[in-house]
Design a protein around this ligand. Structure first.
Ligand SMILES: [Mg+2]
Length: 110
């Protein structure tokens, strides 16, 4: 995860060089909206993967589109976490532990 965070920081610095300093609140709003945008693209790719898009979209769809869009969702979440100073790896592990405990405690709820 460290390599990915370093790459995200490097890209964010490139954006800063291009756009200048953007207020932190604006960046947090932008990065939050970006997750929604990427999630929409992932939804489209999943629909195409399942053959549930119109033919025109199915004709140009490639499996790689699905892989890219899933990665984009994760990257946008990681980027937001960097802006919010959230240790996402730590929280992912905590949440996975929580889900695991819940399933073990009450398997019928999952
Ligand atoms: Mg995308």
């Amino acid at each position: 995860m460290k390599n990915i965070e370093e790459k995200i920081d490097s890209i964010n610095n490139l954006f800063k060089d291009l756009e200048g300093e953007v207020p932190e609140m604006d960046m947090i709003v932008r990065k939050t909206l970006k997750i929604g945008e990427e999630l929409g693209e992932l939804n489209e790719a999943v629909l195409a993967e399942m053959g549930l898009q119109r033919q025109e979209k199915l004709d140009s769809y490639k499996r790689e589109d699905l892989e890219k869009e899933l990665a984009d969702v994760v990257i946008s979440a990681l980027t937001l976490a960097r802006y919010l100073n959230i240790d996402l790896e730590d929280w992912l592990l905590k949440r996975l532990d929580f889900v695991e405990r819940r399933i073990k405690t009450n398997p019928s709820e999952e």
